[in-house]
Design a protein around this ligand. Structure first.
Ligand code: MLT
Ligand code: MN
Ligand code: ZN
Length: 305
């Protein structure tokens, strides 16, 4: 299976348009230690012809341009994106759908009913797109038997509920319900290879940990280095955990978990916030990850499983 990272940054991207934190400033100045990143999305395929888009970021048009496989040019209007699957209803994962409004048929969109609710009411994407291509909604179920996406053959998907957070326009903000956020195992039955993907992971519960241990590669929440990173910087009053993101460091942080994974599992952080010191390729924090065998996703990264 081919995994292509379209966007590796958290909401806001890197550099963020209104941010002058040391990272954003240095990146804007062309400091070679920093690489710009677009917002959170990956795409995946078993046959390299039919792709599933996991999350639709506001940067989607730029992301599609940067990955020509998504435009095979077989007819006047064409795309290799066969379906879109959403992990949550957050802006960074959904507003790219507006940019796909010229689709020639209703967009095949897989998401949990709670995510759909938020995209009918709080952020009325279903209604707005109803005036354009429309949405062919497919219910993303949380049952352990999983599901297949017929338009993108050769992959089997299993979604599991995660504790993270619902968007501010959701009635579940700060009291997330099972289904508001999901993690995804993608299995390619032909090879037996498994990817675990969770760009927003706020608490390591037993089923999540089991899914990570069963994977060949984990592509997981790398939003913030410390729980109070945004507060210390004066950028926000919120901790990482309150936003639904496990910080990398501290007791019970992501590094502690990744260190316990069996050898041989590829470990990659994604959904990196612009304030995170790991964005500096020369930082001690980045070196610490490298020493532990933890990679940092970048736009255009390819993972072959
Ligand atoms: C998050 O992951 O916490 C959100 O996407 C942040 C945002 O986009 O505003
Ligand atoms: Mn996000
Ligand atoms: Zn910044």
């Amino acid at each position: 299976m081919k995994v292509h990272v379209l966007g590796s940054a958290a909401g806001g991207g890197f550099p963020q348009w209104n941010c002058n934190c040391p990272n954003c400033h240095a990146c804007r100045q062309g400091d070679p230690r920093f690489t710009a990143r677009t917002q959170s999305s990956i795409t995946i395929s078993a046959d390299t012809q039919n792709w599933v888009l996991l999350n639709a970021s506001p940067d989607i048009l730029q992301q599609i341009r940067s990955f020509p496989r998504l435009q095979p040019a077989r007819s006047l209007r064409d795309t290799a994106i066969r379906a879109v699957l959403l992990m949550d209803a957050q802006i960074d994962h959904t507003t790219g759908l507006y940019m796909l409004r010229e689709h020639r048929q209703p967009l095949e969109l897989w998401c949990h009913p709670l995510v759909r609710d938020d995209l009918v009411s709080g952020n009325p994407l279903f209604k707005v797109l109803g005036h354009y291509c429309g949405i062919d909604w497919r219910e993303l179920r949380l049952d352990v038997s999983g599901f297949e996406i017929a338009s993108a053959p050769g992959l089997h998907f299993t979604a599991l509920p995660l504790i993270s957070n619902a968007p501010p326009y959701s009635p579940h903000r700060d009291r997330p319900q099972p289904g508001d956020n999901v993690g995804l195992t993608v299995l390619e039955p032909a090879t037996g290879k498994r990817l675990f993907y969770a760009p927003g992971l706020g608490l390591m519960e037993a089923p999540v940990w089991a899914a990570m241990q069963a994977a060949d590669c984990v592509l997981v929440d790398g939003t913030l280095w410390t729980d109070d990173e945004m507060i210390t910087l004066g950028a926000s009053k919120k901790t990482s955990r309150s936003m639904g993101h496990l910080p990398q460091t501290g007791p019970g942080g992501m590094i502690e978990w990744l260190d316990q994974l069996p050898a041989g599992i590829r470990k990659v952080l994604i959904h990196i916030n612009n304030t995170n010191p790991i964005l500096n390729a020369d930082s001690t924090q980045r070196r610490e990850l490298t020493e532990r065998g933890i990679e940092v996703a970048y736009d255009g990264m390819e993972i072959d499983l």
